[in-house]
Design a protein around this ligand. Structure first.
Ligand code: ZN
Length: 308
């Protein structure tokens, strides 16, 4: 194998993770969480979402989190935005990146966003115009969810996902990622869809977002990596379970993704001891919510030298 390219893990626990937890974590705890996550070597963190506070009180302090994240040297501060209004808040906040979700499943899109996928594509164009008018350098990323299947619609045609990849880039998004938030994807499907996507979008398709709902999270990360993806979302302790399936595991766990790539000799810059310490603190902050992931059960091998 040639020299491995650096791998980026974007920590999404403070957004995707907390979004499904009803107990509101105090801002002071989140600020400690952010600082500790930075201390583990994470250099891209999704710190919140600019959704109306009445819909998601858990993330009402996103602007404060962004301000704190911007003070950490070398950290890429990412936020989720549901629409143009959220994007304007993101521009005002000074975040480096905004992520707009688009559901490839028409049924899921109508149920969750009350918009057809192509209406979201049009919103990308409006967000790009607003970003350019503001003279901001905030990067626009679209996360295509239900790219591998949908709980409402069932199968989602690969051709439709690829059409949307091209459409959001044409509309002004700079980056695009594929997400399996429902745990439907399998590794062969992931490899195939990313290979096809990379052939049309090149390096602009650069994020894999996988949930471990049915145990295939890490296998799917590996398949996407084999296809050429070098950036993955993950959450500490695998939080981010589905609100419709209580107890279901959530995002792939950051510490497990770090373990996967360390074992393969792919540098991530993440420090295991710090990740494990943070996991313990996250357990306290989310107050009894179940954590997931595998590496914590066995712990780190005693004979482990230095595999960061
Ligand atoms: Zn997710």
């Amino acid at each position: 194998m040639s020299i491995p390219s650096p791998l980026i893990v974007r920590e999404v626990g403070l957004r995707d993770g907390l979004q499904s937890i009803t107990r509101v974590v105090p801002t002071a705890d989140k600020l400690q969480w952010l600082q500790a996550a930075y201390g583990t070597g994470l250099r891209e963190i999704e710190v919140g979402s600019f959704v109306p506070a009445r819909l998601l009180p858990q993330l009402a302090d996103t602007a404060e989190l962004v301000a704190a994240a911007l003070r950490l040297p070398g950290l890429i501060t990412s936020v989720l935005v549901p629409n143009l209004k959220g994007a304007q808040a993101a521009l005002d906040s000074g975040a480096h990146r905004m992520l707009l979700p688009l559901s490839a499943s028409r049924a899921h899109s109508l149920a969750n966003l009350r918009r057809r996928p192509d209406e979201v594509v049009a919103e990308v164009g409006r967000i790009r115009a607003a970003r350019d008018a503001a003279g901001s350098r905030c990067l626009i990323e679209v996360g295509i969810s239900t790219a591998f299947g949908c709980t409402i619609q069932g199968a989602v045609a690969e051709g439709e996902v690829l059409r949307l990849v091209q459409a959001v880039l044409d509309a002004g998004a700079e980056h695009v990622g594929l997400a399996d938030t429902v745990g439907f994807a399998n590794p062969l499907q992931v490899a195939r869809l990313f290979e096809r996507g990379l052939s049309i979008a090149g390096h602009r398709l650069n994020c894999g977002h996988f949930h471990d709902t049915r145990g295939l999270g890490l296998a799917n990360v590996y398949a996407a990596w084999q296809a050429g993806v070098r950036r993955f979302d993950a959450s500490m302790g695998g939080i981010g379970g589905c609100p419709h399936a209580p107890g279901a595991s959530g995002n792939v766990a950051t510490e497990d993704v770090a373990w996967l790539f360390a074992g393969m000799g792919v540098p991530t810059g993440l420090k295991f001891e710090a990740l494990m310490a943070l996991r313990g603190r996250v357990a306290g902050w989310v107050g009894g919510e179940p954590l997931h992931g595998a590496i914590w059960r066995a712990g780190l091998p005693r004979t482990l030298q230095e595999i960061e």
